[in-house]
Ligand binder design. Structure first.
Ligand code: WTA
Length: 663
């Protein structure tokens, strides 16, 4: 565990009061309502969550136990209750008369639109669930889903949930090697993919990458590969292992009795980066997770029956799980699912889609906003003012800190100064929003995620667990368990304990891995960035060690590598790699060539999102006399800052000059 460096808040001080009409009408209406919920949770934490779990979810077997802390930090919620996530997202909405309501408005990369009603979606999910069963997939089996944004992707996840299989979605931008590692770690029996994906007018491989991953070894558990047809592009097929999804699904019945699982039954595993090399398989439960996904959609996004919700995240990330596949469907909402990219055919795509589909609640990442600001500045035709965005009523931000300038632009040009921005802080491990404004409650400060969601005991503490005074930075922790918290790391319970419930806090507090500071006057939280070796590039989590081990894995070339982040105007942080080669330090054209080779290598090992933006070569890395790499010094070099650190202990000061050159 690294110590948080005290930071000053980067949030501005402007307060935007919530709109009066929204204060009156919102699901959580006004500050008093918020305070009442917080007080209810404080007074009896378990009774509070039990009440909500009964209100928001339908249980087959109602629970009688709420929280079981006997195996802490392996907490159990609603342990003796049974339910099914897909039943809660589909059947019960249809039973409530929403069968004909549009569940998904799918817009393809090329602009083609498909509406899927709740009844249609249930049919597709049941057929796919039956197909999985016909291939011998059982409750508790793992299914890896490697697919782009698609109806098939959402259906595949829901189908797994229906039969109690545990899905693990792998983002379509990950390489064969990264996919192999995840398949091997989960021990998946089946992989669901598509022939190809369409992104920004291009067709990119998926099935071919699955083939490559399975050939890398360690994936003997995989019996079948189900392939959805997306582009119709030719793909190699290996009978009897590979099957076209459409063929096998066509033969199936349209009804499938849900598998009623215990609340703690794992709904999914999702791999995320940590401070060490290996990504960790974050395990989520069915009951607690689904509760928070639904509840936060209701309170943070204030979702109503007539809303059209659009979360632009990919189902390969946790945001796509909680705010596409599960939360909105659990509430019977209508939502947009988008296959493509924000800049194709031009950077007005998001605004045009909001206009076309009358989107009312829009949830995206600061990176996207920053890149669309740039685009709008250079091409007025794609400025949001050119589109009718009057349907919007609430905006959201997620994945990384939003800088006040981007916040103000989003507020003014997208939200027309009418729409509150909910800056939602949370993590793969937390399952849903942890610290966030509520639209009918919270006066907004650009750059601050404001106050904890009711029931979430967030605090800022020092290394001994003592709460910091407001105005002083420290580590963000959660002092009490909550229903949607990570249950364990798949195959690695020790790492779960060490990473999240460290001994420093006697295993009592959940350690988020972020630094935070509370405003001296309002108590609002601002996240000051990770306190471990995790980077946030365009809202994607990347472990520095993961990239380092990929680089040194190029054994014919690389002797040593250190990776740090540096601030970047568009992507938030950028990856900067310092590399020592096994041969002479390259310069000029030679260095450029090798840098390109290393980037390709990292793309192959992890995926294009992990490619270092900057590569710097040295004869050595700056180390202390005891041989430790001076990472803070490297961070200053990467950021182009004047060196303020004490370099008197540096073994070889001359290398600082070498490392000044970026390739
Ligand atoms: C960062 C994404 C500031 C943070 C849901 C966290 C944020 C990591 C915010 C989790 C926010 C996420 N303000 N920082 N609103 N939201 N982060 O697991 O560093 O992909 O620990 O989950 O993103 O990233 P993850």
């Amino acid at each position: 565990m690294t110590t948080a460096t005290p930071a000053t808040t980067s949030a501005s001080t402007a307060l935007y009061a919530p709109d009066e009409a929204l204060v009156r009408s919102a699901h959580v209406s006004g500050r008093e309502a918020y305070d009442r919920l917080v007080a209810e949770a404080d007074a009896d934490h378990e009774a509070y969550w039990a009440r909500l779990a009964r209100e928001y979810l339908d249980w087959k077997q109602p629970f009688t136990q709420v929280l079981d802390s006997s195996q802490a930090p392996f907490f159990r919620w609603f342990g003796d209750g049974t339910l099914n996530a897909s039943y809660n997202c589909l059947d019960r909405n249809i039973e409530r008369g929403l069968g004909k309501k549009t569940a998904l408005i799918f817009e393809a990369d090329d602009g083609q639109v498909t509406h899927v009603s709740y009844s249609d979606l249930l049919e597709r999910v049941c057929r796919t669930a039956n197909a999985l069963k016909s291939l011998g997939v059982k409750k508790g089996d793992r299914v890896v889903i490697y697919i782009a944004m698609s109806i098939d992707g959402v259906v595949a996840m829901q189908a797994c949930a229906r039969i109690g299989a545990i899905h693990s979605v792998v983002f379509g931008g990950f390489s064969a090697q990264a996919l192999r590692d995840r398949i091997a770690d989960t021990g998946a029996v089946l992989v669901i993919t598509a022939d190809q994906q369409a992104r920004g007018g291009k067709h990119l491989p998926l099935k071919a990458i699955v083939d490559e991953a399975l050939m890398l070894g360690g994936c003997d558990s995989v019996r079948n590969v189900l392939v959805a047809r997306r582009t119709g592009g030719a793909v190699p097929f290996q009978a009897p292992r590979d099957l076209w999804l459409a063929d096998i699904v066509a033969a199936q019945s349209v009804s499938c009795e849900p598998e009623w699982v215990e609340a703690e039954h794992p709904l999914f595993l999702l791999y995320t980066s940590g401070s060490t090399g290996k990504p960790k398989g974050v395990q989520h439960s069915t009951g607690g997770y689904l509760l928070h996904a639904a509840l936060t959609c209701h309170w943070t996004f204030d979702l109503r029956p007539e809303d059209v919700f659009w979360c632009t995240a990919d189902i390969g990330w946790v945001t796509g799980h909680s705010y596409i596949t599960y939360g909105p469907l659990a509430l019977g909402a209508t939502q947009v699912v988008f296959e493509g990219v924000p800049t194709y055919p031009d950077a007005g795509r998001f605004w045009k889609m909001i206009q076309d589909h009358h989107v009312t609640v829009f949830y995206t990442a600061p990176t996207a906003i920053r890149s669309l600001i740039k685009a709008a500045e250079s091409n007025p035709a794609v400025h949001p003012s050119r589109y009718d965005l009057s349907s919007l009523r609430i905006l959201g931000s997620v994945g990384e800190p939003i800088n006040p300038a981007a916040w103000e632009w989003y507020h003014e040009h997208v939200g027309g100064r009418r729409c509150p921005i909910v800056d939602t802080f949370w993590q793969t491990e937390t399952g849903g929003h942890m610290i966030t404004p509520l639209p009918g409650v919270t006066p907004l400060v650009p750059g601050s995620c404001t106050l904890p969601f009711p029931g979430i005991a967030a605090a800022v503490v020092d290394e001994t667990g003592q709460e910091m005074p407001w105005g002083e930075g420290g580590m963000l922790v959660v002092k009490r368990p909550w229903p949607s918290m990570i249950r364990t790391i798949w195959n690695d319970p020790d790492r779960f304990k060490k990473s999240y419930f460290p001994d420093e806090f006697q295993g009592r507090y959940y350690l988020a891995g972020d630094g935070a500071i509370r405003d001296a006057k309002t108590g609002y939280f601002t996240i000051t960035g990770r306190i471990d070796d995790v980077l946030n590039v365009s809202g994607h989590r990347m472990g520095t060690m993961e990239i380092e081990s990929a680089l040194v894995g190029k054994t014919d070339l690389v002797a040593e590598a250190a990776v740090v982040g540096r601030p970047d105007d568009t992507t938030g942080e950028a990856i900067c790699a310092f590399v020592v080669l096994k041969r002479n330090r390259p310069q000029g054209e030679d260095a450029k060539k090798i840098a390109a080779e290393l980037r390709d290598w990292v793309a192959k090992e992890i995926g294009p999102i992990a490619k270092p933006k900057d590569i710097r070569f040295g004869d050595n890395l700056p180390k202390t006399r005891s041989g430790k790499i001076m990472r803070r010094l490297l961070r200053s070099v990467a950021a182009g800052e004047a060196i303020k650190q004490d370099i008197s202990t540096l073994e070889n000061p001359a290398i600082l000059e070498q490392l000044g050159q970026t390739y």
